[in-house]
Ligand binder design. Sequence first.
Ligand code: SF4
Length: 340
Amino acid sequence: MRGTKVHRMPAFSEPSFVDRLLGWYRQAGRDLPWRRSPTPYQVVVSELMLQQTTVATALVRYSRFLQAFPDFPSLASATEDEVVAAWAGLGYYQRARHLSRLARQVEKAGLPKGEAAWRRLPGVGPYTAAAIVAFAEGGRTLAIDVNVRRTLSRLLALKDAPRLDVAIRSAIEPALPADSGEVNQALIELGALVCRPTRPSCPSCPLAEICLGRHQPELYGHGPKKAAVRDERIQLVAVRRRGRLLVRQRTTRLLEGLWGLPAAAAGELGLPDGVQGGPVLDTSVQFTHRFTHRRWQVRCTVVDGDGEGHWIDPRAPDVALAGPDRRAVEMLVAGGYIDG
Ligand code: SF4
């Protein structure tokens, strides 16, 4: 393999790798709803949800999403906007759109089988396709997410390299059982709970005796550097009319499809495009909203006016508001800014 030094790994030719891992997982693994006899649909939903969302948040949203859309037919018959609305609070709404399109393709062409077939569907990359095959089809494959990559590169003492995943896969896949779902779950869990990015718990790790990198785990599994968080100033304008507020559907990739208050140029008490009225009044509604790679410093003004868009009852919005907008509206209601 050119460019990547692939170590010979006697530890992984020994059968104890899987036994040690499963012995630990059956004792220490968390009981997560998407792990209980999952169907392909449940695996697809949970894996797309977990792509950019913590387990704690996904735990709350997963059950609600399944109540709204229990299977591929119900998801396929919903509009994309309805799916995006059910995704509210999870962020990265492109995933909801992918899920909606994926369900329609499954309904039209039938359930795919095998990693290559799954990867042809929207939003399904190499990790997600392998996870579906391992968890729902009972196939033999290795699903390499960030936790698994870190754990196995330490286990194999493989430093980061362009073809790291290929090296990991070639070393580990032969050791996997034909039905690899539980081993894959165990590896993900070990990376999340024991072989953590910093200060891994090597003394309590079930693989410590066969881990080639345990003496210096910090040398391995760093992955690409995280992108810096960018600060942005956002000026939202609450346009009031007879106790209702004007909202518009966002078109930027970050919050695409969700609804929000119109925005003016940051730092100016101006009117957004397509809004008439005045004067513009400042409010005490200011807060910071954090996304993964951005931090919005939000400030909100109010104006009595008119404009193009949809008018909501701010105490009971009938559209899915984006997170920062929902917070702004709640603060405006609590601060008595709605009725002037
Ligand atoms: S022994 Fe330490 S470095 Fe090796 S897999 Fe376990 S936690 Fe990770």
